[in-house]
Design a binder for this molecule. Structure first.
Ligand code: NAD
Ligand code: IPM
Ligand code: MN
Length: 352
């Protein structure tokens, strides 16, 4: 019997709705599979926790998480209670960085029964490899002067190690897919980091002669996501470019509510973290209509990560069976609830 010990952090807003739904699904899969068992331990770390304790997680929070095989997180952020930069840097970004989750994997593909807003989306299937540890998300900078002369300076940090790691990850992944890597650059306007990014991309690509490589400026690339998404296979992007691109990826799939993600610790020293692309969606919190598919598909990425690709593929099949049968939440134009979608997927799982 394979046992996986998973720390669950529902977090804020709809995270508290879609995480329990997805845990039900994972337990149902384990039941069907027989040889797999999950042990979930829930941590209530969130903005409400912050109000009570003055921090987003306890002092020994990371130490406690380090004992787990994986972390399953919903979303963090309730700007009405806690400023976003405090809640996110105190939990989500802290875990990503301290656990060296340097790769954020974010797929975007056509899903059965879900209407893309594009008129002719064709059959796109993209994987964005987002550098997840540095880049534009940096603590180097500050404010100088005061009042009308005030200037905020924010420095981006691009190390050769992290840049090369993201690029090698992208090429290795593409070797198992459609053998085409696109680098998201902006070296026409950003004079230090992006020419460096291009240089490392050229160097790394020499080790992968069988893979087609191209560099696209992020502005043009964003436009191609809308006009011709089927031209892409794997995209490697900096932290901020990858963040923005994957919200577009979610949008062209049909809704941000369905987009999954995995924050991967590539050296195996720390647990990886599985968390969808969307946030805590305060506007729909508590209404029971949050789309659980982003979190459920994220659970599929967690299964894949633990070598259960067959089960992962089955789960995606079940998701598509249910969306194909018209069980859609309001963000996708339907009237199903979070529970309707979840229970339909569980029913389908039991049939396979
Ligand atoms: P958001 O993703 O929470 O919401 C954007 C829009 O998409 C909203 O209209 C929301 O209702 C809708 N939406 C998102 N997920 C949905 C789902 N599963 N089903 C149906 N509709 C869904 O982004 P935001 O409004 O910019 O951020 C809200 C809060 O979440 C902020 O505090 C932000 O910092 C935080 N945030 C956290 C994460 C994370 O923890 N990974 C990611 C993004 C944003
Ligand atoms: C995401 C989110 C986070 C990010 C925010 C909430 C800090 O947008 O996971 O995509 O920018 O990484
Ligand atoms: Mn984002």
């Amino acid at each position: 019997m394979k046992k996986l010990k998973i720390a669950s952090i529902p977090g804020d807003g709809i995270g508290k709705e879609v995480v329990p739904a997805s845990i039900d699904i994972l337990n149902a899969i384990a039941e069907v599979h027989g040889g797999l068992k999950f042990e979930f331990v829930e941590f209530p770390w969130s903005c409400e926790y912050y109000l009570e304790h003055g921090m987003m997680m306890p002092e020994d929070g990371l130490k406690r998480l380090s004992d787990f095989d994986g972390i399953f997180l919903g979303a963090v952020g309730n700007p009405k209670l806690v400023p976003d930069h405090i809640s996110l840097w105190g939990l989500l970004i802290k875990i990503r960085r301290e656990f060296e989750q340097s790769i954020n994997l974010r797929p975007a593909k056509v899903i059965k029964g879900i209407q893309s807003p594009l008129i002719n989306p064709k059959d796109f299937d993209i994987m964005v490899v987002r550098e997840n540890s540095e880049g534009e998300y940096s603590t180097v900078g500050g404010s100088i002067y005061q009042g009308e002369d005030e200037i905020a300076i924010q420095n981006a940090v691009f190390s050769r190690k992290a840049t090369e790691r993201a690029m090698r990850f992208a090429f290795d992944l593409s070797a198992k897919r459609n053998k085409h890597v696109t680098s998201a650059t902006k070296s026409n306007g950003i004079v230090y980091s992006m020419p460096f990014w291009d240089k490392v991309f050229m160097e790394v690509s020499k080790d992968y002669p069988e893979i087609k490589k191209e560099a696209q400026h992020i502005d043009a690339l964003a436009a191609f996501f809308v006009t011709q998404p089927s031209r892409f296979d794997v995209i490697v992007a900096s932290n901020l470019f990858g963040d923005i691109l994957t919200d577009i990826g979610a949008a062209i799939m049909g809704s941000i509510g369905i987009a999954p993600a995995a924050n991967i610790n590539v050296n195996g020293k720390y647990p990886s973290m599985f968390e969808p692309v969307h946030g805590s969606a305060p506007d729909i919190e508590g209404k029971g209509i949050a789309n659980p598919i982003g979190q459920i598909w994220t659970a599929k990425m967690m299964l894949d990560h633990f070598g259960e690709e067959e089960l992962g593929a089955k789960l995606l099949d079940c998701i598509e069976h249910v969306t194909g049968a018209g069980y859609l939440t309001p963000d996708l134009g339907g009237s199903s609830t979070t529970t309707d979608v979840t229970t339909s997927i569980i029913e389908q799982l039991k049939k396979i």
